[in-house]
Design a protein around this ligand. Sequence first.
Ligand code: HEM
Length: 423
Amino acid sequence: MSQTASLPETAADAPGGLFHDPHQWVDMEAWHRRAGELRRNHGRVLIDEPGYSPYWALLKHEDVFAVSRDNTRWLNTHRVVLGPDANYEEMERSGMPPPSSLVQLDGKKHRDHRLVTNDWFKPAAVKQRQPRIDELADLFVERMREMGGRCDFAQDIAQPYTLRVIMDIYGVPEDDEPLMLDLTQGIFGANDPEYMGDAEDPAARLTQAVFTFIQYFNELTEDRRACPRDDLASVIANGTIDGELLGDVERLWYYIIVATAGHDTTSFALAGGMAELAQDPSQLWAMRDDPDLLLTGTDEIIRWTAPVRHFMRHAAEDVEVNGLEIPKGGRVLLSYPSANRDEDVWPDADVFDVRRRDADKLISFGMGAHFCLGSQFARREIRTMLQRLSTQLEHVELVGDVEHSASHFVSGVKHLPIEYRFR
Ligand code: HEM
């Protein structure tokens, strides 16, 4: 395996764009074609392009796995999302406290913070929420019925359903859900013109979203300190580390990571899975005939869609990753969508198949200390909806273009026009 960068022939071919250019995420077939070539020919690619400190893009499952589980020699830091150096430098110069949510923290600080909410995300605790997830899934299937046989599954069902589940746990009232959705899109999808709102540019949109979040969550904190309830907002508002309440900035970032990571991800996975099922409904009926396939099918959807597109890691010392030497201070990009199509793990990785028995080798949720806190919720939400759709629909088809959102960080299917008939 070569350990050098492939030389781009033109600027448009520069491989860095695959990772940082939001627009390259709109055509996923093209993205996977190019990433697949790089993965098969090089495995890892050194990206050294103007505006970005160099980094190795890791495209193979074994490399992403090895780095993710080594949380001693690899650190997340506040630069855990790929962005132009200038943006980070400006933020550091501005004196604004850098983002410090779970994904940006390392070591003991990260462990302590994770423990604040960990119990809420354990399998047994999530299982207790199943009746409520059932209710919400039924509500949205009913909405599909009322829509009379045609909908934009991404906008009308996947998005509001996944949002409602997480906001219900949070304790955010239903009336505030549109605001939460808008803010999440401001943070994850600021580059997509559809999500820009009235902001002048993506940076302004992001700042606007963060400031609105601050105001909203400060009010929520006051309320939950005065009258704690059985919800996640109360846990965060009253959360302590070593006997001290979480600091204002840390608490704010805690709210933001859970509020944002909790639904766009799952919504993109569900909509992306449905896009495949609408084109090959026999796979949906297979789950009806054999309910065990709801488990493998859910994992296959999460493998296939990988809505979190990357995270970065920074070498705390000289490190070797499966033969690749990276000096202290070097950095790597973990490409989850590419690693999930690694032909060394799944020889037919480019085929979507709900019967795939080893779809659970997926790396979409990461690995190690930062392994997705909400994976149990995500799996249950998707499985619960698939169970209903597979048993209640008798026909479904795609009737327009599948549109992906333009973001290099969290993205996926944002419009999915389908027609359907219930049994
Ligand atoms: C299909 C849906 C989802 C995908 C693909 C996904 C993916 C990820 C990934 C890749 C990470 C980073 C893992 C790493 O660095 O090793 C992560 C972390 C995280 N996820 Fe998810 N996620 C999903 C759903 C959710 C849900 C429903 C929640 C609910 C609250 C959630 C909350 C979080 C949080 C809080 C973290 C930070 C954990 C930490 O750094 O310790 N995610 N997720």
